[in-house]
Ligand binder design. Structure first.
Ligand SMILES: [Zn+2]
Length: 206
């Protein structure tokens, strides 16, 4: 009869390996989202140089580093969430297989969690790629654009309320305010103080 911590360690290792597979699968999507948005942002700012290879290169590092970060976060937060379930499994004498299945569907890879993670990460990759492309293109300012279903989101409204801010400034709620955030960022070659919003539609990149 294994102790709770032995059992938990075993299940944790299995879930962690499974999560690594999931982030591996997401890696390419994250990389593509970063690269595509970085390249289109630079192109819309109409810089004469082709930034494709620079952005592609950054996209590879971005996806790799972000996946490693996700796996670290998962390893840190998930065991706490699993503890109660493991305690119950011991009490009721579940098989290791049953325990693993329950943990997997509740904490690891439920379709809802997987969808939420990939939605969040793709939007995040797009914003990171856009910021990178805008920096390389020499953009001066940026603007938070509220996503389709975010009209009532206070954190994102705070970001949008800032108007055009310097490219290297931080939005009040950050670049990644909350899970499932669908907002995006526009960039402009104009400095934040030059002219009003109506004047800059031409070199705006969505
Ligand atoms: Zn929001």
């Amino acid at each position: 009869m294994p102790t709770a911590s032995q059992l938990l360690a075993k299940v944790r290792a299995a879930l962690r390996a499974g999560f690594a597979v999931m982030t591996d699968e997401m890696l390419l999507d994250m990389r593509e989202a970063f690269a595509a948005h970085g390249i289109s942002t630079a192109a819309q700012l109409r810089v004469g140089i082709d930034l494709r290879s620079v952005v592609d290169h950054a996209a590879v590092s971005y996806a790799r580093e972000r996946a490693a970060e996700l796996i670290r976060d998962f390893a840190k937060t998930t065991p706490e969430m699993m503890r109660a379930t493991v305690a119950r499994a011991l009490e009721e004498g579940w098989s290791a297989g049953r325990l693993r299945d329950v943990l997997r569907s509740n904490y690891g890879f439920s379709p809802a969690r997987a969808l939420s993670i990939s939605r969040t990460e793709l939007a995040r990759s797009r914003r990171a790629g856009g910021q990178f492309g805008a920096e390389k293109a020499g953009a001066q300012s940026k603007h938070w654009d509220i996503g389709d279903d975010e009209e009532s989101c206070a954190e994102c409204q705070n970001n949008a309320a800032e108007g055009w801010i310097p490219l290297d400034a931080d939005f009040p709620s950050g670049d990644d305010p909350h899970p499932n955030c669908t907002c995006s960022i526009s960039y402009s070659m104009d400095s934040p103080t030059s002219g009003d919003d109506a004047d800059r539609d031409e070199d705006e990149a969505a």
